[in-house]
Design a protein around this ligand. Structure first.
Ligand SMILES: CCCCCCCC/C=C\CCCCCCCC(=O)SCCNC(=O)CCNC(=O)[C@H](O)C(C)(C)COP(=O)(O)OP(=O)(O)OC[C@H]1O[C@@H](n2cnc3c(N)ncnc32)[C@H](O)[C@@H]1OP(=O)(O)O
Length: 217
């Protein structure tokens, strides 16, 4: 779905640190990356390809194998939420989630956060453009990470999204977030998606309320 995640922080200001999960040389990361390839390849492949029936059988075989080895969902959730650090399962940055781009979000020395990504076919909305709901998803999560970087975070109460111009697929995009203010439990955070030329495609203003859903234990 995206170019392979670059954890070097190349292109980020000096002193930037990754705040979300980073790729590991682990079988689950490789399997998830392969699943992303499958999603994209299924969208791109020739529809008349006679082998799609066999593809369906083989993919179902893989799914059955994985299901046979799955512990109880509750036990997996305890495992997913283990520790206090970053998550590997969320749908934006999760290296273990095939529907995540995945985006890596960096904390910048100026207190803001930034991720860079190129969005491709599985997230298409209008022809050649990123789906607006996907842009909102990327920004909601990035604002959440911006709040963590600023030291005060919570749940999204409101996300006001403004779509300024179509967001292009296949081009490098910058996803930015910054905590603006904290007033009691209310946290205000802003962000945007820009092209490499710095054109703002989408901007958001978020209201977060300091409240946590307990992690499963
Ligand atoms: C996914 C992975 C997570 C990983 C975490 C670990 C580390 C990983 C690293 C990475 C960072 C993660 C990044 C995640 C990002 C994703 C965030 C989400 O998707 S969050 C899910 C969507 N949001 C909900 O489901 C909220 C549902 N709503 C509620 O639960 C409540 O309504 C809540 C908490 C928002 C407020 O409820 P109350 O009872 O606690 O508080 P009350 O008294 O109602 O409000 C407090 C103040 O806020 C105002 N307020 C509340 N909601 C408002 C609203 N919608 N609009 C305007 N004002 C509102 C109220 O008027 C009040 O203001 P006055 O103090 O009186 O001035």
């Amino acid at each position: 779905m995206t170019t392979p995640a670059d954890t070097s922080g190349a292109g980020m200001p000096a002193g930037s640190v990754p705040l979300t999960s980073v790729p590991q040389d682990a079988p689950v990361d490789r399997a998830t990356a392969a699943a992303r390839r499958v999603v994209e390849a299924l969208l791109l492949t020739d529809r008349a390809n006679a082998n799609l029936e066999r593809v369906a059988e083989e993919l179902n075989g893989i799914a059955e194998h994985l299901e046979q080895h799955a512990p109880a969902v509750r036990d997996r959730m305890v495992d997913m939420w283990g520790g206090e650090g970053v998550t590997r399962h969320d749908p934006v940055t999760g290296l273990e989630n095939a529907i995540a781009l995945p985006l890596i979000v960096y904390g910048l020395p100026d207190g803001s956060v930034r991720g860079e990504t190129t969005v491709t076919i599985p997230y298409q909305g209008p022809p050649g453009c990123v789906h607006g709901g996907v842009s909102a998803l990327l920004l909601d999560h990035t604002l959440g990470v911006a709040n963590m970087w600023a030291g005060r975070d919570g749940m999204t109460a409101q996300l006001n999204v403004r779509y300024h111009r179509p967001t292009p697929l296949f081009e490098p995009l910058q996803i930015n977030g910054r905590q603006e203010s904290v007033d009691g439990r209310k946290i205000r955070t802003t962000g945007d998606i820009r092209t490499a030329e710095g054109e703002v495609c989408v901007s958001v203003e978020g209201l977060f309320v300091d409240k946590k859903v307990p992690r499963p234990r």
